[in-house]
Write a protein that binds this ligand. Structure first.
Ligand code: BDR
Ligand code: CA
Length: 316
């Protein structure tokens, strides 16, 4: 059984990945931690509680960061055109959800849970990396106690989605992402190289909803606004970014990867760009030297990933 802490900013594609993690028989979601990104942390936390309630997910929810790790960074507007004003595609969501939050902040929840399960926890992080960086700063030893960290973020050999060179989760807190990439733990980076070519058609999701239970119908409903947004890039469908990271947890064989030290550009016109120094390539001494070798996805069997998502979500 894979013990997963899901660090997330729900978020439409975050919601699909949550249902995948919850329904996969080999995954035990032992915590959900929230972060700002697709909306404010108040909204993403409310959304996490809403999905927990609607989908009957037992895992505790801990509220996380509301600002970048470098507090001097200016905040930007929430991407309402992608995820809706409420982060869940503008479907009706109650203002408050009558469920308790874990009393700890997300980074503390991560530290305590990793320490209670040494060598076992898989951190699946699909929002800005702020909570993970805060956990590492407060307790650097957790790097040696986590099984691995699977993130959705970054782009290596394809353009970004919020600037020509940067992807949203990394661009939203580049300093945090650089801390996470360069820490002595195993990071698997599932970025736009693979997630932007892994798309689900509206009709495919609709067919799932027709077959599936109320949870899948809710997912279908909250995804419509996001699919409308993606019409500029996808033929009546959506990129399932965060679900690709969730799928990696159980099906790494569906990905091809390279390894090497990864750095994140912090500042300037390439703010938030992720850059790998592939293992085996020789360069003069530089800023990638002596850092842990991480795993970066460069290829994916998209249709198999999409079908695995469908088959998992339809297991009720
Ligand atoms: C990432 O940014 C967010 O909009 C999505 O939820 C995903 O995690 C894609 O760049
Ligand atoms: Ca996300």
């Amino acid at each position: 059984m894979h013990k997963v802490i899901y660090d997330t900013d729900p978020g439409v594609d975050d919601a699909m990945a949550l249902l995948f993690l919850h329904r996969h028989p080999e995954i035990d979601v032992i915590g959900i931690t929230t972060v700002f990104g697709n909306a404010s942390v108040e909204t993403t936390t409310r959304n996490a509680l809403f999905l927990k309630r609607e989908w009957d997910i037992p895992a505790p929810v801990a509220k996380g960061a509301s600002v970048t790790i470098d507090v001097a960074r200016a905040e930007r507007e929430w991407p309402a055109m992608v995820h809706g004003d409420n982060g869940l595609g503008n479907i009706e969501v109650p203002h408050t959800i009558d469920l308790p939050l874990d009393p700890r902040p997300a980074h503390r929840f991560i530290i305590d849970t990793v320490r209670a399960n040494p060598g076992e926890v898989r951190l699946v992080a699909v929002g800005r990396m702020t909570n993970l960086a805060m956990a590492l700063k407060e307790d650097p030893e957790i790097a040696g106690l986590v099984k691995d960290v699977v993130i959705m973020g970054g782009n290596f050999y394809v353009p970004g989605n919020v600037s020509p060179v940067a992807e949203a989760n990394i661009h939203g807190d580049p300093e945090a992402a650089d801390i996470v990439m360069t820490a002595p733990w195993k990071v698997v980076v599932i970025g736009l190289d693979v997630t932007s070519i892994t798309t689900m058609r509206r009709s495919y999701l609709g067919a799932m909803a027709a077959k599936g239970d109320a949870a899948v119908k809710l997912l279908d409903g909250l995804s419509q606004h996001y699919i409308d947004f993606y019409t500029h890039a996808v033929d009546d469908g959506m990129m399932v970014h965060d679900s690709c990271a969730a799928v990696y947890v159980v099906a790494p064989e569906l990905f091809t990867t390279i390894t090497g030290a990864v750095r994140v550009v912090c500042g300037g016109i390439a703010d938030g760009q992720t850059v790998i120094k592939p293992d085996g390539r020789r360069f003069p001494p530089g800023d990638w030297d002596g850092l842990p070798s991480q795993i970066v996805a460069t290829g994916i069997e998209s249709q198999k990933v999409i079908d695995l998502i469908r088959d998992t979500l339809l297991r009720a």
